[in-house]
Design a binder for this molecule. Structure first.
Ligand code: PLP
Length: 431
């Protein structure tokens, strides 16, 4: 296509992966549901297959021939080229879910010899793999309290396969300094043993946070969230440096967790509006955040605590080094917010039951605004001790800001706060 490196990202991504002249001039890509692809000749088929399996002496296949849709599919390729373009990555891969993307990446780049280092809190599914599945496979897991621990640890005996982190983290929106990890892995990697930095970038996505530009090797995504963006699909993505991606593709081929053609088509379509959604959703989130605070760092009367990955609201807190990290690595604070109601679970549930514009559901990053109660919903499986340590209190409510008018969202929160307050008064009157 005509757009080139001199064009802006949103221009290039719109054209990435698809050429109308190869498809009857159709301005949009078709869906290719085919499971298998006809080889032009036996010799060409052999070249394709032997190359795919890395057989020595294989003939170089002509063009980018497809074989079988578990290995690759034209619709999947369109979506992957778009994600790679958005992320400024050498390559990208889409999976059937965020967990398929994350588990495949963890398996591809850790082993008995190469431990996993990670810093929490992490998405519950990822934490489960780390706590139960990797150890069963003999992979040593090292939990860091903070990325600062890397420096004080000195040179490890067995080099980890990767340092894995999620920023901002779910649901407290705590941020981690990506460069602390990438500086450490760069100075400790060797020629033969490279240590990757893998960042779960689900909460911000390529428009707001660009980990590869800070030296990270791979991004992983739940594409179910902002990349899909419409609560109508489940998918996952990985993007990054070519060599690290090659192993991810190999593992995906044999684990079989690729995204199907229909999901790929939806993803390619959704990525055309990714920047517009990110812009509007973050603008509205900023307005909702301003409503939740009397002034930066001071929660509105009736709310205990406001959590966000925005820099300004936290500036007032003296022990808060996050503001500097946010400023360095994020364009803005994204569209996820959380706040704590006094009155614990009863107040939080009353608040959620009173919402009329926000819909009560887990998940996030969609066109519609969603609200949920982490302690009893997304994080119900987390131990009481870990909940306390990471700030997942009984009064905490998480919001995902969508595309509704921000004033309607604010009015909805205001009336639900009042309903939660009244429900507590009733409870007290009954005592
Ligand atoms: C939802 C989510 C996942 C898991 O993705 P699925 O698409 O549900 O498999 C992983 N990481 C984060 C941060 C998430 O929010």
């Amino acid at each position: 296509m005509k757009p080139n490196k001199n064009h802006h990202l949103e221009t290039r991504s719109l054209f990435a992966g698809y050429d109308p002249s190869e498809n009857f001039g159709a301005v949009k890509p078709p869906i290719h549901p085919a499971s298998t692809f006809v080889f032009p000749s036996a010799r060409a088929g052999a070249a394709l297959m032997e190359t795919a399996y890395g057989i020595e002496g294989a003939e170089t296949p002509e063009g980018d021939g497809f074989i079988y849709s578990r290995l690759g599919n034209p619709t999947l390729t369109v979506a992957e080229k778009r994600l790679a373009t958005w992320d400024g990555a050498d390559a990208a891969a889409f999976f059937a879910s965020g967990m398929a993307a994350i588990s495949t990446t963890l398996m591809a780049h850790t082993s008995k010899e190469r431990p996993l280092y990670y810093v929490g809190p992490l998405y519950g599914g990822t934490q489960h793999i780390i706590d139960y599945i990797l150890p069963e496979m003999g992979v040593e897991v090292v939990k860091l309290d903070s990325l600062d621990d890397l420096e004080s640890m000195g040179k490890p005996e067995s080099l980890p396969g990767m340092v894995y982190l999620e920023t901002p983290a779910n649901p407290t929106l705590q941020v981690h300094d990506i460069e602390l990890a990438t500086n450490w892995t760069k100075s400790n990697s060797t020629e033969e043993e490279r240590i990757l930095v893998v960042v779960d970038n689900t909460f911000l996505g390529p428009i707001i946070q660009r980990p590869l530009e800070l030296g990270a090797d791979l991004n992983v995504y739940s594409a179910t969230k902002y990349i899909g963006g419409h609560s109508d699909l489940i998918a996952g993505g990985v993007s990054g440096e070519a060599k690290a991606m090659a192993k991810v593709y190999e593992y995906r081929t044999f684990f079989g967790g690729m995204a199907d053609p229909w999901t790929s088509w939806l993803l390619a379509r959704s990525m055309e509006t990714l920047h517009i959604r990110a812009k509007r959703q973050t603008e509205s989130a900023r307005k909702v955040l301003d409503f939740l605070q009397e002034k930066p760092g001071v929660p509105r009367n009736g709310i205990n605590n406001v959590l966000s990955a925005w820099e300004q609201d936290l500036a007032g807190k003296s022990d808060y080094k996050n503001a500097a990290i946010v400023k360095k690595q994020q364009k803005n604070g994204g569209a996820m917010l959380a706040f704590e109601l006094p009155g614990g679970r009863k107040a939080a549930h009353a608040f959620l039951d009173s919402l009329e514009v926000f819909q009560l559901a887990v998940s996030l990053g969609s066109t519609e605004s969603l609200a949920e109660h982490p302690a009893s919903m997304t994080h119900a499986g987390v131990s009481t001790e870990d909940k306390e340590r990471t700030g997942i209190t009984e009064g905490l409510v998480r919001l995902s800001i969508g595309l509704e008018n921000a004033d309607d969202l604010i009015a909805d929160i205001e009336q639900a706060l009042e309903a939660a307050r009244l429900s507590l008064e009733e409870k007290n009157a009954l005592r």
